[in-house]
Design a protein around this ligand. Structure first.
Ligand SMILES: Nc1nc2c(ncn2[C@@H]2O[C@H](COP(=O)(O)OP(=O)(O)OP(=O)(O)O)[C@@H](O)[C@H]2O)c(=O)[nH]1
Ligand SMILES: [Mg+2]
Length: 269
């Protein structure tokens, strides 16, 4: 890929009002990355500029999910930066698995999950950390009235369809489960991760299903996102099958409910 920094447009920027840094608790940013050698270094810099405007107490945890390209080595160019940790899976295990690895190494009070491909403007982070002062989790939503969302038509259609399916099958009420920008109090995220089993894309859905079951307070926040790629049919199908799996564990086996009450061991049905 030869896209340059300038080709990433998130819409019209406002000048972000700066808050005194001491208002914001410490933040871990967990970035799952797969085959992003062309932009991972810039992504780290861009995210660092966004979080550095909010607090000095932060860490950026990049998890290379077994990429076949130079993602890991490029990210390692930041290894002398004390704020940056770079982790790696030996082979590809999926976005959910990469996030699980990142959460294991997170040491700060808030944890923010952010896709490393930089389709999402990290500067919306201010809304997330502000929201966490009163909520347990803050989920960016493409359908928030103040969001800027650009994507090919087919992609938008699939996104709406997927969202309807998730609502019907799982009964969770989020306007958008899939946007890769979510913030949690770290202790809350660890409780959720104890129950989550999906390793790839339906991971986001499962996290929010478990959060709903735990009765956590959730806020939806605006985001700026530009998606270019078309959905790959195979991936969409696998994701749908994973959602069916979640519905089966939730509605038929009541696996999550029993797991949360400590009645079953960690193996998913
Ligand atoms: N495609 C892919 N991404 C992964 C994987 N593991 C971690 N990721 C990262 O997870 C994040 C989301 O993946 P994307 O492929 O961008 O998913 P998406 O944003 O829903 O779809 P796109 O429009 O294709 O970008 C990115 O930061 C990826 O680098 C993996 O196994 N496959
Ligand atoms: Mg993406």
């Amino acid at each position: 890929m030869t896209e340059s920094k300038q080709t990433f447009i998130y819409g019209v920027y406002e000048v972000l009002e700066r808050k005194p840094k001491r208002d914001v608790p410490s933040v871990s940013i967990i970035m799952p990355a797969y085959e992003l050698e062309d932009r991972i270094e810039w992504a780290i810099e861009h995210v660092e500029a966004a979080v550095g405007a909010l607090t000095d107490d932060y860490e950026i945890i990049v998890v290379d999910d077994g990429s076949n390209d130079g993602t890991y080595l490029r990210a390692l160019n930041h290894r002398r930066n004390p704020h940056v940790k770079v982790l790696r899976h030996r082979c590809n295990r999926g976005k959910g698995a990469a996030i699980r690895t990142g959460v294991r190494y997170a040491t700060k009070k808030y944890s923010i999950l952010l896709d490393a491909d930089m389709e999402i403007d990290p500067r919306s982070m201010r809304f997330l950390v502000d929201g966490l002062k009163s909520y347990d989790l803050v989920v960016c939503s493409k359908r928030h009235p103040r969001s800027v969302y650009r994507a090919p038509f087919v992609r938008r259609l699939l996104s709406v369809t997927f969202n309807v399916l998730v609502k019907l099958l799982l009964g969770i009420r989020f306007g958008d489960t899939q946007t890769g920008f979510k913030a949690f109090r770290t202790e809350v995220l660890r409780r959720i991760m104890d129950v989550v089993v999906v390793k790839r894309y339906a991971f986001d859905v499962e996290v929010l299903a478990v959060a709903s079951m735990l009765g956590l307070r959730a806020l939806e926040a605006p985001v700026r996102i530009v998606q270019r790629s078309m959905f790959r049919f195979g991936e969409a199908l696998r994701m749908f099958l994973d959602v069916l799996g979640i519905a089966y564990r939730l509605r038929v086996k009541r696996w999550y409910q029993r797991k949360l009450r400590g009645l079953v061991d960690g193996r998913a049905l």
